[in-house]
Design a protein around this ligand. Sequence first.
Ligand SMILES: O=c1nc[nH]c2c1ncn2[C@H]1C[C@H](O)[C@@H](COP(=O)(O)OP(=O)(O)OP(=O)(O)O)O1
Ligand SMILES: [Mg+2]
Length: 199
Amino acid sequence: MKKILIATKNEGKAREFRAFFEPKGFKVETLNGLKEVPEIIENGQTFEENALIKAQSLTDVLQTVVVADDSGLMVDAIGGEPGIYSARYAGDHDDNANNKKLLDKLRDVPDEKRTATFHTSLVVTRIGKNPLVVNGDVKGKILKKIRGDDGFGYDPLFYLPELDKTFAELTPAEKNKVSHRGRAIKKLSEKFDDWWVKE
Ligand SMILES: O=c1nc[nH]c2c1ncn2[C@H]1C[C@H](O)[C@@H](COP(=O)(O)OP(=O)(O)OP(=O)(O)O)O1
Ligand SMILES: [Mg+2]
């Protein structure tokens, strides 16, 4: 069976990768399934750099094919914050605290100025080859309070006017159709086979 290691401990992300790769016959593993996880220091300046660091360091240590995702939320009214610091915006890696901090920062920002972009950079690495890099974006708005129970991270605050729903009100399949990660995964699926045979 084809195997892909997703370079993440985030089960929310992993669910979305599984929903995509498992129907294609891939066995999907994450860092949570490893006995020992090599230390990864995400000190890049961009999403792409961070995804590359995560993927390449795991390929080097584990000698396996790896897909890494670095993603985050950029809110226009606060100069693109939290950006590459999305995971630790409020200090710890705590979704509730991050959402509270974001709401607080946007307290005085009116509806029409609460626009935001979710971004994902995906990098696939394997031994001795050039990495495959794809990106995905989606635009939406930040609500004034959380809405919906599904998803993870900033999902309950990220609102899609076209659907009149937050990411946390979508099923995993619905979210994958429109999300930053879903779009990046779609590009990955378009390029993966070529990359695999050519490089
Ligand atoms: O679809 C999403 N829906 C809601 N929130 C999201 C999404 N995608 C990323 N996010 C948030 C979660 C985290 O606060 C940050 C990602 O940070 P990022 O470093 O890429 O991931 P992470 O630290 O959670 O997991 P890991 O590094 O193990 O892959 O943006
Ligand atoms: Mg991270």
